[in-house]
Write a protein that binds this ligand. Structure first.
Ligand code: NAD
Ligand code: UFG
Length: 338
């Protein structure tokens, strides 16, 4: 079964391609290499003994995307391609709305033109905004978001919900990820941030390996267990398996919304402690001001995915830290250029 994977060379996409291959699917990748490298393909091959077909190009380029649909018969599309840096989205909102919103609409139009109507979309827990109590449940209202990146996910969700209302034969899954971390246990694939990492675990990894002097902990005066921010960290392997599980819905028309999280909240200090255990030494950090736009705490109610997809996370924070450190040690400079 051919599955088109947009953004399939990125962090979550590459791990999902491995799980798709292991489950017997044939992932075919479109990626513009904006935030990834072609050498990821070689790593997928090392893990699975199979190299997925790869097309270099942009999802906003409809004739290009259409030409891929003319070459292959797709059963479904898993749509990861997009921009994901929250801070950057505040500075470059138009680029975020173009690539994330316009790109997602172009993709759905090409799918419709080619009569492929099974779609799985990478959404985010950020769509729950600031006002909802934890744990987040799929039925909560969305909105009250603090940045353009989050609004772009909200807008794509709404476009796809409207599409599903208008054209009943579509089957669309909106997967709301919590905080993906970790790496493939082989150490061959992991997160490869360009420049200074924005997210907690990649930043800690670079402190652990000596690339950065110390971590800034953004605030210790939140109303949480130790005052630092609390998040639901989900191992990227578990998240990838969640996509394979979501493919079960492809013949069920309508909108299917799932939280993909562990259901457990961990603080920044707990993440640091887990990483110290993994790397075997203390990590330097200092408490600084809160980061603008941060929420004190959120985690998932992941019971719907368990009930309907028979999916739940398997790994602990210690295991996530261990894999992240393994990847960091084996690939101190990330993926090779070619
Ligand atoms: P990533 O940047 O590693 O992967 C995205 C991939 O898409 C990259 O390989 C990039 O080169 C490609 N891409 C970007 N724009 C493209 C375009 N216009 N056309 C073709 N390819 C394009 O990001 P990721 O962490 O793997 O995230 C995947 C998806 O999940 C994104 O949509 C992201 O917003 C969403 N998401 C990520 C997180 C997270 O914390 N990583 C959390 C929630 C949701
Ligand atoms: N943090 C620090 N220091 C850092 C980085 C982060 O203390 O250098 C803290 C944050 O304040 C927060 C926690 O670590 O309390 C996690 O922060 P991340 O930046 O790793 O993740 P966020 O929860 O802010 O956001 C991430 C993605 C978003 C996505 C969201 C939910 O970046 O794209 O998870 O999926 F929307």
């Amino acid at each position: 079964m051919n599955i088109l994977v947009t953004g399939g060379l990125g962090y979550i996409g590459s791990h999902t391609c491995v799980k798709l291959i292991e489950a017997g699917y044939n992932p075919i990748i479109i990626d513009n290499l904006y935030n990834s490298k072609k050498s990821v393909l070689q790593r997928i091959k090392q893990i699975t003994s199979f190299t997925p077909q790869f097309y270099y190009g942009d999802i906003c380029d409809k004739p290009f995307v259409d030409s891929i649909f003319k070459k292959h018969d797709f059963t479904a599309v898993i749509h990861f391609a997009g921009l994901k840096a929250v801070g950057e989205s505040v500075i470059k909102p138009l680029e975020y709305y173009e690539k994330n919103v316009y790109g997602s609409i172009c993709l759905a139009q090409v799918m419709r033109d080619n009569n492929v109507k099974n779609l799985i979309f990478s959404s985010s827990a950020t769509v729950y905004g600031e006002k909802n109590p934890v744990p987040y449940v799929e039925s909560y209202p969305t909105g009250n978001i603090t940045n353009p990146y989050g609004w772009s996910k909200f807008m794509v969700e709404q476009s796809y919900i409207d599409l599903s209302n208008a054209e009943k034969e579509w089957s669309i899954s909106l997967l709301r990820y919590f905080n993906p971390v970790g790496a493939h246990p082989s150490g061959l694939m992991g997160e490869d941030p360009q420049g200074i990492p924005n997210n907690l675990m990649p930043y800690i990894s670079q402190v652990a390996i000596g690339k950065r002097e110390k971590l800034s902990v953004y605030g210790n005066d939140y109303p949480t267990k130790d005052g630092t921010g609390v998040r639901d960290y989900i191992r990227v392997e578990d998240l990838a398996i969640g996509h394979v599980a979501a493919l079960k819905q492809i013949n069920k028309s309508g909108i299917h919304i799932y939280n993909l999280g562990s259901g457990i909240g961990n603080s920044v200090l707990e993440v640091i402690a887990a990483y110290e255990k993994a790397c075997g030494h203390k990590l330097a950090y200092q408490i600084v001001e809160r980061r603008a736009g941060d929420i004190a705490a959120f985690w998932a109610d992941a019971s719907r995915a368990k009930q309907e997809l028979d999916w739940q996370t398997q790994y602990t924070l210690d295991e996530m830290a261990k894999d992240s450190w393994n990847w960091q040690m084996k690939n101190p400079n990330g993926y090779p250029n070619e």
